[in-house]
Design a protein. Structure first.
Length: 348
């Protein structure tokens, strides 16, 4: 009997160790860098998929705090989605492992529901697992949003003027410091600021209402002349009106206020290219590439200029370097494929 008891004990220990490994083990750099490409928020214990809340981890486990477990679980979800060919809700499942419900995406472990989690939620482990899994399925049903989220994580995206990617690292640091990233959303409706009108301006641009956008950006600057994003937005409106010289003036001031805003460099490059100053345009594009190495847009602009000058060899070389920098970018891959097709089919 004593030998039989020892064998059972060893089996239980081995199963528990396997469960811990599946739940908490992750690459050491994941806590530092992976979340910089996700959305960031003020509430740190809420797990999100594509920016949408799916569940809250309130219980510690394996020596990890709820916040640390949140980062681990989000990393698990991101890794599962990045490696999956099918991102449909049907790819989310709940299975039992060692009498504990486990949520998996595309067959990959996401999170194990413990008795402590269920106690915090005031329900059973099985019911909590079903609720969390359904929340994830609801997000995955929004295919356009999920596709954009995955593109941002992989570097296969073009910049959005409303949410500049270079700000993500700053926002992440603020979020981990429990700063109120959503502060503006909590302000009274009657209280406005320069940032309030800046937001309205960018929303108007996204709605293709450049007239309203311009008014909002001008109002934002009247409240705070050092609002570099409002100057950038105003420059976009001036570019739309064909007032390139005026736009360069606004962008130059914005660049002095915040030299790390890659989108300002991109817009300056576009203005210089419009005026026929290709060398100056490429200088701005290269600066943007240094600030946003995971954004293929800058490399595509430079390739355009090279090809217009019939400098195909240099364009091919630069796109190859861009491919090495962003190997998963579909934009770069397709552009290199177009170049190859042109070189194979050219009549000379």
């Amino acid at each position: 009997m004593k030998r039989k008891y020892s064998a059972i004990a060893y089996f239980v220990i081995a199963c528990f160790s396997l469960w811990l490994a599946q739940t908490i083990i992750m690459p050491p750099q994941a806590l530092a860098s992976d979340r910089l490409f996700g959305r960031v928020y003020a509430n740190p214990e809420v797990v999100r998929v594509a920016g949408q809340e799916v569940f809250t981890i309130q219980a510690a486990a394996g020596g990890f705090t709820p916040l640390e477990r949140t980062l681990i679980v989000e990393n698990n979800i991101n890794n599962a989605l990045m490696g999956a060919r099918d991102h449909s809700p049907a790819n989310v499942e709940v299975i039992m492992i060692n009498q504990l419900p486990v949520i998996r995406v595309d067959g990959k472990h996401v999170v194990t529901i413990t008795t402590e989690c269920a106690k915090f939620a005031g329900t059973t482990m099985e019911a909590l697992a079903a609720e969390w899994a359904n929340n994830v399925r609801n997000v995955l049903s929004q295919t356009a949003m999920v596709s954009q989220y995955l593109a941002e994580m992989s570097g296969n995206y073009l910049t959005s003027m409303y949410s500049p990617p270079y700000r993500r690292a700053r926002l992440e640091a603020a979020r981990l410091n429990h700063a109120a990233v959503a502060f503006r959303e909590d302000l009274p409706a009657t209280l406005v600021s320069s940032d309030t009108f800046e937001d309205k301006g960018f929303r108007a641009i996204l709605g293709k209402d450049m007239v309203t956008a311009k008014v909002n950006f001008q109002t934002a600057l009247s409240l705070n002349s050092d609002n570099s994003r409002a100057r950038y937005g105003l420059a976009l409106c001036l570019m739309d009106e064909g007032k390139i010289t005026d736009a360069i003036g606004e962008l130059t001031i914005a660049r002095k206020i915040d030299p790390n805003d890659a989108e300002v460099h991109l817009a300056l490059g576009q203005c210089q290219e419009t005026l026929g100053n290709d060398v100056a345009a490429m200088v701005r594009y290269r600066e943007a590439a240094l600030l946003q190495p995971d954004n293929p847009e800058t490399y595509l602009y430079i390739a355009d200029i090279r090809e217009e000058k019939n400098d195909i060899g240099q364009s091919v070389s630069e796109l190859w370097n861009a491919h090495k920098q962003i190997p998963r970018s579909e934009y770069i891959r397709l552009r290199r494929q177009d170049q190859l097709t042109w070189r194979l089919n050219r009549p000379f």
